[in-house]
Design a protein around this ligand. Structure first.
Ligand code: ACM
Ligand code: ZN
Length: 670
């Protein structure tokens, strides 16, 4: 009897100790069992056994060869991992006297060593057994070096950090309207003009009319990587288990190219077009020549050709595009599909594989295509149905340019609200059937940098949120536990700080908009609303009664609590609430949001009218205000206060900005 609680106590201690040990690892390994003690690193002599030759060479010579002694007690041994489920798989067996690393490949040894680094403690490397392999074969970060250029030294620093967390791809968004960043010897104007702009930041450049400047000209901001620098970077990354995937955008997001080489657009006018002319032979020649140089620099099997957000505006009226569409019997979307398929085949013919954003999905692509899904799971399903590989980078969860904490505590961001917990909450493939989900090959976080001008700021946006993608990419999602992950992320932030990385301070996190946690009781709760102009389905939130459900929105209009209104020449927000009977009221109040980057505005005009019979309305409130473009993200409460008797309340709002949105979360009637 007395033994029982003691056994339970001991067992409890063991569990706690084990949990504490595993806490030092991020990403969490597939299997971890704590041992006793540690393999001392203070020792000066070890017996070295390398059964895998060059695969372990890096670790062998860098860490151990100076200590090699055949008579030593402690053994460091590298062996081949048999029957590995992945080339990146590895096992560790660590005791007081043995450090045994087995892996399937050089990358496996590299990632094994990253785990060993995280197991280091005061008295040596923690004794344990680890069996580990990645859940996804593509674990990636995308850095947008077009909107703001960052030097090679900075990219190397990020590669070091990424390797620590077992990422294996760095996707570089090398070209976009804000600047071309890769030397192409055949087309020098890409780097003598298209890499330089007026306006140090993307925002200034935008405000100044998106102009380019010649290299060396006064006020020319930007930069580019030479081919030699990129080759060196590729090598540096490969030595750390990371493949660099270059992205060359086509046919959209290409204003910089089309100003340097206007003959590649439909109208041949600089500063006018965003999209290549897919009806012109010159476009195909140019892009093939660019891709040949790209392939010469980047050995990556995967070459990204963008494909997103082409607006195709110039194509329907371009004679060459018209001719091509006629020849192919297609429309402008088919023309884009034709261009992408052409480059898919071109890359395949050169032994490479096309990667593109999910706009590239069409039935005529090479089967080896990888689709990067950013818009929705239906796109993943579509791509898988076609037999393509799928890498998920969902904008609502893994776009790290969104605010990671209360916006008033953060540097200006593009909008949204994406705290660590939300990044971590994403389950790749979520609601898709298991047989579809199991075909998803990768995960990727994207850091677009329109609002991220400096190197420090890039790091701040990346970490710790990128660690959540590292964890999901490596460990999967079967044993997710956010509070436990958050603790490990805090430890890693401290480690990163010591390495000179500027992370967001997770310990000071404030979180979601306080209003979003409260429920407000008021006179209009559950009342019928007639929409004289309906909300947009994409932002319908909870539907017809969203604005009278007592719930308030959070920091982002995309949280399904804010309702979004668009278009309509007059009032895009125009609705009538029926209180059910005439009654006395003293307040009609509503919150509005402005998210300038997303073209969401406070109302330029907002008015409230009352009626007892639903026919004859009397205006009681009318507020007009100019659009303030300096408010990147803001919240405004507009309220009528007084004493009145009414049954019907009509609320109308408009914006003077063409194509602008209005978002409101609750219309409170008291
Ligand atoms: C994208 O966000 N346009 C891929
Ligand atoms: Zn054209």
């Amino acid at each position: 009897m007395t033994n029982k609680p003691l056994a339970a106590l001991l067992f409890g201690c063991m569990i706690t100790a084990q949990a504490a040990s595993a806490q030092s690892l991020l990403p969490k390994p597939q299997s971890f069992n704590a041992g006793k003690g540690a393999f001392s690193t203070a020792t000066t002599k070890v017996k070295l056994i390398n059964e895998v030759g060059a695969d372990a060479e890096n670790i062998y010579s860098k860490q151990w060869s100076a200590k090699a002694d055949n008579n030593a007690q402690q053994v460091v041994r590298f062996t081949r991992l048999a029957n590995a489920t992945s080339p990146e798989a590895y096992n560790l067996h660590i005791t007081k006297d043995t450090l045994l690393i087995s892996a399937a490949s050089a990358d496996g040894f590299r990632f094994a060593w990253q785990t060993v680094e995280q197991l280091k403690q005061k008295n040596g490397i923690m004794a344990c057994d680890v069996q580990d392999a990645p859940a996804f074969k593509w674990r990636s970060l995308m850095l947008d070096v077009s909107r703001h250029f960052q030097p090679i030294s900075f990219l190397k620093k990020q590669i070091d950090v990424m390797a620590q967390y077992k990422f294996n791809r760095l996707h570089l968004h090398l070209t976009d309207a804000a600047g071309w960043r890769i030397e192409i010897k055949r087309y020098p104007r890409l780097t003598s003009l298209a890499a330089w702009r007026e306006g140090k930041t993307w925002k200034e450049w935008s405000k100044l009319g998106c102009k380019y400047k010649n290299e060396g000209e006064e006020g020319a901001y930007g930069g580019y990587y030479t081919q030699d620098e990129l080759r060196d970077l590729v090598k540096y990354a490969a030595e750390r288990g990371i493949t660099i995937v270059p992205e060359i955008e086509m046919p959209g997001h290409s204003a910089e190219v089309l100003t340097a080489y206007p003959e590649l657009s439909c109208t041949h006018e600089p500063y006018k077009q965003m999209d290549f002319c897919p009806g012109s032979v010159a476009t195909y020649d140019f892009l093939e020549n660019v891709l040949k140089e790209v392939m010469d620099i980047f050995p990556s099997k995967y070459i990204h050709v963008g494909g997103d957000e082409a607006d195709k505006a110039s194509w329907p009226s371009c004679p060459l595009c018209q001719q091509k569409m006629k020849e192919l019997g297609t429309d402008k979307d088919g023309l884009q599909a034709h261009l992408i398929a052409h480059f898919g085949k071109f890359l395949t013919d050169h032994g490479r594989q096309l990667v593109g954003w999910d706009e590239v999905i069409a039935g005529n692509l090479a089967k080896n295509t990888t689709v990067m899904v950013w818009r929705g799971l239906e796109k993943a399903q579509e791509a898988i149905d076609h037999g393509y590989d799928v890498v998920l980078s969902p904008s609502g969860y893994w776009y790290l340019d969104y605010y990671q904490d209360a916006p008033d505590t953060q540097p200006e961001a593009i909008g949204g609200f994406l705290p660590l917990e939300k990044v971590y909450s994403y389950v790749p493939g979520g609601t898709l059937p298991e047989d579809v989900r199991s075909k998803i090959t990768g995960v990727q976080a994207n850091l677009w940098t329109e609002y991220v001008p400096t190197a420090e700021h890039v790091e701040y946006m990346l970490y710790p949120r990128a660690l959540a993608i590292a964890e999901i990419g490596w460990n999967g999602t079967k044993t997710k536990n956010y509070p436990e992950f958050r603790k490990r992320a805090i430890v890693e932030c401290e480690r990163l700080h010591k390495q000179g990385v500027n992370t967001f301070d997770l310990k000071k996190e404030r979180g979601e908009r306080p209003e979003s946690f409260k429920t407000t009781k008021h006179k209009a709760i559950g009342c019928n609303i007639t929409f004289n102009h309906r909300y947009e389905d994409k932002y319908k939130a909870q539907g017809d009664k969203t604005l009278v459900d007592g719930q308030h929105g959070g920091w982002t209009y995309g949280d399904q609590k804010w309702q979004g209104f668009l278009g309509n020449k007059g009032y895009c927000l125009d609705l009538t609430i029926d209180l059910g009977k005439v009654q006395k009221i003293s307040t009609v109040a509503a919150d509005f949001m402005q998210a300038y980057g997303a073209w969401v505005f406070f109302p330029s005009e907002y008015k409230i009218s009352f009626s007892e019979d639903g026919q004859n309305f009397k205006e009681v409130y009318n507020k007009k205000s100019e659009v303030d473009r300096d408010i990147q993200l803001g919240f405004r409460n507009l309220a009528w206060k007084g004493n009145a008797k009414t049954r019907y309340i009509r609320v109308q709002g408009s914006t003077t900005e063409d194509g602008g949105w209005l978002f409101t979360d609750e219309i409170i009637v008291k």
